[in-house]
Write a protein that binds this ligand. Structure first.
Ligand code: 5GP
Ligand code: MN
Length: 337
């Protein structure tokens, strides 16, 4: 948690109504959208003029989140988003810890601001751009941290069903439905509290995981067909080219979660998923591991990325084929066990 002094200062900042911008990372996932919208509903109840500004579009499968229709998308609504940022008296950045994660243009706007920033995040190696930083890699999700933040402010009276619905979403998506090692007794107690507040947990799971388009299932099928296994490295990988994605008429978010299938095999402790994005001119890479193999370090060392020990991402500006070739070459001198 933040120091008691920082909590007191933040409490003071939030004591009078303010214009507040709340920012998730680029290509926001369930935790980024859940945490920003959960905080948004909390701050609205306290009388603030809060706005969530997403760097780019959020995936369709999160559009049901309460308040998703109020989100301003920087990439599409540039003028409106810039105005909100420039008028903000306080900025929250959630689920990322380095301004490079929001894209260059939005980063430049943020860097021109002089108001205080508050960071809440659970990734490795935070930058020090925020006046108040709540950064802890022991939490499985930023959503769980937002709960503890509200608790530390001693303002749980504003923790209602709507806030809880948003925060539960990120706890579920970032923990792989309560599976990953950072899932603690506290994680379950927080979830239990949300259920007691009346959230419809069963429906939330269904909205998140049983709500796919036919295209998404076809994309999954192709990714599974493309899956390669390298038993000597206890590694698997798969890929989707832009042409393959286009042939199914894909939507943003359709590739979410597919990386996990590569890790669901016996004897495999490391998997990678390469997605070609011609529009951005990059290969987006997702890494996942079981146990001690640190994919955050792997992504930082070789693919300009980062994240967590067991889940990280990166990118490459080479072709899909060249990127995969490079990946396999790196495996030959990487210790994986
Ligand atoms: P995903 O594979 O689901 O996109 O990302 C897995 C984790 O790694 C997430 O926590 C995400 O925030 C982080 N991550 C993904 N891509 C990048 C990247 O390019 N740089 C950094 N620093 N982290 C990333
Ligand atoms: Mn997260």
């Amino acid at each position: 948690m933040m120091t008691p002094e920082d909590i007191a200062s933040v409490k003071q900042l939030l004591a009078s109504p303010k214009k507040i911008a709340i920012i998730p990372h680029r290509n926001p996932d369930g935790d980024a959208m859940g945490s920003t919208l959960g905080l948004y509903h909390f701050l609205k109840q306290k009388g603030h003029e809060a706005n969530v500004i997403s760097p780019n579009e959020f995936p369709d499968f999160l559009a049901w989140l309460p308040g998703a229709d109020t989100v301003t998308v920087f990439e599409r609504q540039n003028d409106a988003a810039t105005k909100i940022l420039q008028e903000a008296e306080l900025v929250f950045t959630l689920d990322f810890n380095t301004l490079g994660r929001i894209g260059e243009q939005m980063e430049n706007v943020l860097k021109s601001l002089t108001v205080p920033f508050i960071m809440i995040d659970h990734h490795q190696a935070p930058d020090d751009y925020a006046a108040y930083t709540f950064s802890d890699t022991n939490y499985g999700s930023t959503c769980e941290m937002v709960y503890h933040f509200i608790n530390a402010l001693d303002e749980k009276e504003y923790l209602n069903k709507t806030v809880a619905t948003c925060l539960y979403t990120g706890i579920v998506t970032d923990s792989g439905s309560f599976r990953y090692p950072l899932t603690t007794g506290t994680t379950h107690r927080v979830a239990a509290e949300f259920i007691d507040l009346g959230i419809n947990n069963s429906e939330i799971h269904s909205l998140l995981f049983d709500n796919h388009s036919h295209a998404r299932i076809q994309i999954l099928a192709r990714a599974l067909q493309n899956l390669k296994v390298l038993p000597e490295y206890k590694t698997s990988y798969t890929s989707l080219s832009q042409d393959e994605l286009n042939s199914f008429g894909h939507n943003k978010g359709d590739t979410e979660g597919i990386v996990n299938y590569g890790l669901s095999m016996k004897g495999i402790v490391f998997t990678a998923f390469f997605t070609e994005n011609k529009e951005e001119g990059i290969i987006k890479i997702s890494f996942r591991s079981k146990g001690d193999f640190d994919v955050n370090q792997f992504a930082r060392d070789h693919f300009s990325g980062g994240g967590h020990i067991n889940a990280a991402g990166g990118k490459s500006t080479e072709s899909l084929e060249a990127t995969i070739k490079k990946f396999i070459a790196i495996l030959a001198h990487t210790k994986i066990d």
